[in-house]
Design a binder for this molecule. Structure first.
Ligand code: HPA
Length: 281
């Protein structure tokens, strides 16, 4: 990798540091969103690396977001799980926000499942629903690919016409059906945050074609797709987006709803990981 590029240099440094802690090679990477962190209890953990232990790694500041990589297995599938992600609104450069995604790819992960908490914009998306992301709008945040291209990771002008992998979507749907779980589909829009949106902004998002809104994920999906990863995304709808409900939005409400929906979410993700890994990875 081109070490004269600071983004590449930092990534290489973080990778070297990670490899000093563990030689575990995951096939699949999983990012746990707000309130979903306790999913990690489902896995047989073989190694744990706290973000603080990786020199140069951006460390999350949001309360309730634990910051560590867990390496282990769901069924027989070797996975790496990010317990706590880095958000753009915390003040990091976009290249730092997606550094963990790039690191998991370098560590071996070929597929990525992104999860998040999101506000429902489309009228049939209610608190407690799970929504498979079929496409996204990332235009409100800077591209993680800004600056010199890291040719070792991917091409300068990567295609984004199918960010979310069709086969992963199909396997997610099959898993949900076999577990008798309702799984909706929609377009996710990433807003900058950290403030929740205004009703006028939500009206704009709806006009643009967005079904659910959050403050993460889309930039990570762009970075992963740039590197050729197969990407899937699930939004847990924690609230009605601003202006749809009469109630003001609160982080507490978002967390409580995420916690209440966690069992359903855990079943879907575990089933999907085993399903995705069989024959695909
Ligand atoms: N807006 C943005 N981010 C969110 C929301 C929301 O309504 N709910 C959960 N994360």
């Amino acid at each position: 990798m081109n070490e004269s590029n600071p983004v590449a240099g930092k990534l290489r440094q973080c990778f070297t540091c990670l490899r000093q802690k563990t030689d575990f090679v995951p096939k699949l990477a999983l990012v746990l969103g707000s309130g979903l962190g306790d999913y990690a209890e489902q896995m047989k953990t073989e190694a744990e690396v706290d973000y603080h232990e990786i020199d140069g790694f951006p460390v999350s500041t949001v309360t309730g977001h634990k910051g560590r990589f867990l390496f282990g297995r769901i069924g027989d599938v070797p996975i790496v799980c990010m317990q706590g992600r880095v958000h753009y609104y915390e003040g990091y450069d976009m290249s730092d926000v997606v550094l963990p995604i790039r690191l998991m790819r370098l560590a071996g992960a070929q597929a990525l499942i992104l999860t998040n908490a999101a506000g429902g914009i489309r009228e049939d998306l209610c608190p407690g629903d799970l929504m498979l992301i079929k496409d996204q709008i990332s235009s409100f945040v800077p591209s993680p690919l800004t600056g010199p291209n890291l040719d070792e990771l991917g091409e300068r002008f990567p295609d984004m016409s199918q960010i979310y992998d069709k086969e992963l979507i199909r396997r997610m749907e099959l898993t949900a059906a076999s577990l008798d779980l309702s799984l909706k589909q929609g377009v996710y829009v990433q807003m900058r945050g950290p403030q929740y949106e205004s009703p006028a902004e939500i009206a704009m998002c709806r006009t643009l074609g967005a079904d659910a809104v959050g403050m993460s994920t889309a930039c990570e999906a762009v970075a992963a797709k740039h590197m050729g990863m197969k990407v899937a995304g699930i939004s847990l709808i924690t609230n009605l987006a601003a202006g749809i409900s009469k109630e003001p939005l609160s982080h507490k409400e978002v967390r409580e709803r995420a916690d209440a929906t966690a069992p359903k979410f855990r079943r879907l993700v575990s089933g999907a990981i085993v399903n995705i890994a069989s024959g695909l990875l």
